[in-house]
Design a protein around this ligand. Structure first.
Ligand code: MG
Ligand code: MG
Length: 258
């Protein structure tokens, strides 16, 4: 069964989702060459706890940190550590919070210093594909409509869509039904109904779609070592228009100031 939330529950979840965006904005202030990824993790954990919430990922299936920090060819699930960000890197930061009994889950990929144009375009187009997917996230459509919108857009640029990891329902649990692939055929998959909340999260590779896992048991990276981008929003399904619960607004305010 796919959980259906009341409007009141969705408002409670919105607070959690918005806190993720604020946390990522706080982290964005510190992203620069020389910063170690564990320092970013510490900032996020403190910020989340100071706002009366819990880090949503820490301890989840044994994950050791507040943020998933994935650099360059790392797609998702990178573990923060001693690694220093360098000029020209890209870094995907995925953050979860648990607040009001509901999870927020959102991710953004940042450029560190001067990044090659080809890679900046990958970031921009991956973010655009997220919004194209979100446009389809309305009652009466099907999950495959979202995946098709993402896939057809990014493949038109020669990028590839990761198949092994997908978006998901999100609510009282971090991962709920349905699975939300970033690929698919229109008119297929579960029907979207008012009150569902889903995390849409395209993971788009500059090169091949295949991924491999590091020996740490977590970090997923591209098989050809080319860069990968990742953006994620939580979206409530409504009649008519999608309702994005998370927000990049605070993040982009910080980026525009830089
Ligand atoms: Mg996430
Ligand atoms: Mg997610």
């Amino acid at each position: 069964m796919i959980p259906i939330k009341t409007d009141e529950e969705i408002e409670l979840q919105r607070e959690s989702s918005l806190l993720v965006g604020k946390t990522l904005a706080e982290v964005a202030k510190r992203i620069k060459p020389g910063v170690k990824t564990f320092e970013l993790d510490r900032i996020a954990e403190t910020f989340i706890r100071d706002h009366g919430a819990l880090p949503g990922f820490k301890g989840y299936n044994g994950f050791p940190a507040t943020l998933c920090i994935s650099v360059n060819d790392e797609v998702v699930h990178g573990i923060p550590g001693d690694r220093e960000l360098k000029d020209g890197d890209i870094v995907s930061i995925d953050c979860g919070t648990l607040m009001n009994g509901f999870y927020g889950d959102s991710a953004y990929t940042f450029a560190v210093g001067e990044v090659k144009r080809e890679v900046l375009e990958l970031l921009e187009r991956t973010k655009e594909s997220l919004y194209l997917g979100i446009e389809k996230a309305v009652a009466g459509n099907r999950v495959g409509d979202i995946g098709y919108a993402v896939q057809s857009y990014v493949e038109s640029y020669g990028y590839s869509v990761v198949r092994d990891l997908v978006g998901h329902g999100v609510g009282r649990n971090l991962h709920e039904k349905p699975e939300v692939p970033n690929f698919g055929r229109r008119g297929t998959g579960p029907k979207l109904k008012k009150g569902m909340v889903i995390a849409i999260e395209p993971m788009i590779n500059l090169g091949v779609k295949e991924v491999v896992q590091n020996r740490d048991g977590w970090t997923i990276r591209t098989a050809d070592s080319k860069p990968s981008a990742h953006f994620e929003h939580d979206v409530a399904i409504r009649n008519g228009e999608p309702d994005i619960l998370s927000s990049f607004e605070e993040i982009e305010k910080i980026l525009n100031k830089k």
